[in-house]
Design a protein around this ligand. Sequence first.
Ligand code: DGL
Length: 273
Amino acid sequence: MINKNAPIGVFDSGVGGLTVAREIMRQIPNERIVYFGDTARVPYGSKSKETVTRYARQIVRFLQTQEVKAIVVACNTASAYALDEIEKEADIPMIGVVKPGAKVAAEATSNGKIGVIATEGTINSGIYSSYIKEIKPDVSVIGKACPLFVPLVEEGLLQDPVTDEIAKRYLTELIDIGIDTLILGCTHYPLIRSTVGRIVGEGVTLVNPAYETAKELKELLEAEHMLNEEAAKLGDNKYRFFVSDAAEKFKHFANSIIKYGILSAKTIHIEEY
Ligand code: DGL
């Protein structure tokens, strides 16, 4: 028997998944959330499929101890590498961020040239390209790994000349190819959306999979009759945050992007799960 009032589990390698959590808070405000950021083991983007899958399994086990009713893999790298495996093993619904983002991009392009910026892992998996081509076989999908973006975001350098310079280097190639749509294929990147947008110019539509993921989650909960019917109160443990390291730093960061006043973030030993 599903407990409709149970929280949604959301996880990422660090702070990036907060962009997805924020969107869930906006679109389905009655839902409780348990967020886990793997701050001790970030970044995932340069690690192997095996390692990321092992991490994701441990996080799912931890989230299940919090009795979540569904899980959102708010990390593109974990969605690309581990979602297929972990969703087979779980008895609750699970959604990732890649499919929803691919769908919007396929719909948004007019000239058939879609850029994807993401971690090395997500780009090497080719997952965006395969999903997009399932929907629109004729488009070209050009991937560009941007490994320095995650540490820049984790360090809070959201508006900074260093971030501008790195972004120019990464994005020039995509601009030269003439993309008209760009997927922010890492949940950290919406935090530097204005920098990316300024560099690629107004003619390029930026796709943030977070919005579509929250929408898909809402539709799923509706279809499965799992929407929370009680409006949980803020402060009443509505939103809970866990990390694997540096809880204070995480809390500070989270408070700068989520406007609900995050009172605490708790450190847990994820390797024990
Ligand atoms: N935010 C994550 C993603 O969406 C991963 C960043 C990282 O840990 O490398 O891929």
